[in-house]
Write a protein that binds this ligand. Structure first.
Ligand SMILES: C[S@@+](CC[C@H](N)C(=O)[O-])C[C@H]1O[C@@H](n2cnc3c(N)ncnc32)[C@H](O)[C@@H]1O
Length: 396
């Protein structure tokens, strides 16, 4: 009886929240509904079941990585197979894999809800479709290959380093486990770099842009730039996906847009195609673009430990025009009390592949202060999403 009443009230709250999400969808309501569903599952599951679920996560990821590599999801979503599905025997013919192996791998996929099994044929769902698009097709193998060899050795790394927190990019757990940290590894694996770039461009599709969260009018007013000055520099902007979106919505704003990333990453991105100035540049060196209205960093600082973040911020501050330029950072601001599992997990991943950190508001304040900056505002649409931090020099 004691368990039934809270469950019953939780189910009612979920029902009410589901109605709210259907009638007035918002990132906040969507996040709360997912949180409640997780709570419900946790309330129903026995402790033993919870532990067993945790124990058997690694084989799920390995099976998923293999199914993607075999191109099975791509076969399932083909138009001719969408209604009828595809049998294990057919999948074995398409892929060259053993039919029994296909059955064993696909048991995991159907149990994960990534497709279904009907009359001995595997049938695609909208989740299967997502697994054939860049976010799944490229993101899953890239992040698996980038992280799993290191994560599988992380306990050993931490034990052998007396449980000190990793603080140096050049001595990260990944460097210890596989010989290179994140960006050197990507730079020396062209195929992985291509998958990474594609994943970067895809992973926020369909979600609000940070400039829908941040009040862009703060950048206008008396300080509108001239046509020939730089309005926004996207530092570490990969191949320009964010700038393309920005240009689509705010192309009417005066001033130029500049994309900066490592030369090997922006190779092949032409200024003409991108509609922006493209610049090969390492943000560890002096910032060549002086006096821009905005220095924009998305998903950059979480890759790095504090000392390198300070270096990047200081070179940016040196390039800023007084009382005019500002820094806009898009990254997670971790809740001190209840960070979502995805953000807490990403923190461990970032720590592993480059001694990076997902930071709390206090950590952001300390980091920015140490580089001569103060936070002018933080905007967020939902605790599940990245926040937008505006920072200005302390003297401004
Ligand atoms: C996590 S990705 C974020 C990409 C993009 N800002 C986004 O949010 O989708 C980090 C980016 O930093 C770039 N990067 C890494 N080291 C760099 C350096 N020293 N100078 C400039 N860019 C660098 C990487 O190539 C990559 O594109």
């Amino acid at each position: 009886m004691t368990i039934v009443m809270p469950l019953y009230s939780l189910v009612n709250r979920i029902g009410a929240m589901a109605l709210e999400v259907a009638s007035e969808p918002s990132p906040q309501a969507h996040f709360e509904l997912l949180q409640m569903i997780d709570q419900l599952r946790s309330a129903v599951e026995t402790p033993t079941e919870t532990v067993l679920c945790l124990i058997y996560q690694p084989p799920q990821n390995a099976a998923l990585r293999t199914v993607i590599e075999l191109g099975i999801f791509a076969v399932l979503v083909e138009k001719r197979h969408r209604e009828t599905g595809v049998s294990a025997t057919q999948l074995a013919e398409y892929t060259g894999a053993d039919p029994d192996l296909i059955v064993r791998l696909m048991r995991v996929m159907t149990a994960l809800g990534l497709c279904s099994l009907s009359s001995e044929a595997y049938v695609a769902s909208e989740k299967t479709v997502a697994l054939t698009q860049p976010i799944g097709r490229d993101g899953i193998p890239c992040i698996y290959d980038l992280t799993v060899p290191t994560l599988s050795k992380l306990p050993e790394y931490l034990r052998s380093h007396d449980y000190a927190k990793p603080q140096e990019y050049t001595h990260s757990p990944m460097k210890w486990a596989v010989g290179q940290s994140q960006f050197e590894w990507l730079g020396s694996n062209q195929q992985q770099q291509t998958l990474f770039n594609s994943y970067m461009a895809s992973r926020r599709e369909g979600r609000p842009m940070c400039f829908n969260t941040y009040p862009v009018e703060r950048l206008l007013g008396h300080a509108v730039p001239f046509e020939d000055t730089v309005f926004l520099v996207n530092i570490g902007g990969n191949q320009g996906h964010d700038l393309r979106n920005f240009r689509r919505e705010y192309g009417h704003l005066p001033g130029k847009l500049t994309l900066q990333d490592l030369p090997s990453v922006i190779e092949g991105v032409s200024s003409r195609d991108a509609g922006v100035q493209v610049m090969g540049y390492s943000f560890l060196g002096p910032q060549p673009v002086k006096g821009a209205r905005v220095y924009y960093f998305r998903a950059i600082f979480h890759d790095w430990p504090d000392d390198i973040c300070q270096q990047i911020l200081r070179t940016t501050v040196s390039a800023m025009a007084q009382d005019y330029s500002r820094i806009i950072i898009v990254d997670f601001v971790l809740s001190d009390t209840k960070p979502p599992l995805m953000q807490a997990s990403l923190d461990i991943q970032m720590m592993s592949i480059g001694a990076g950190v997902e930071r709390s508001e206090g950590q952001w304040r300390d980091l920015l202060h140490s580089a001569g900056l103060r936070i002018a505002g933080i905007w967020n649409q939902s605790p599940g999403m990245e926040s937008v931090i505006e920072a200005v020099p302390i003297t401004t």
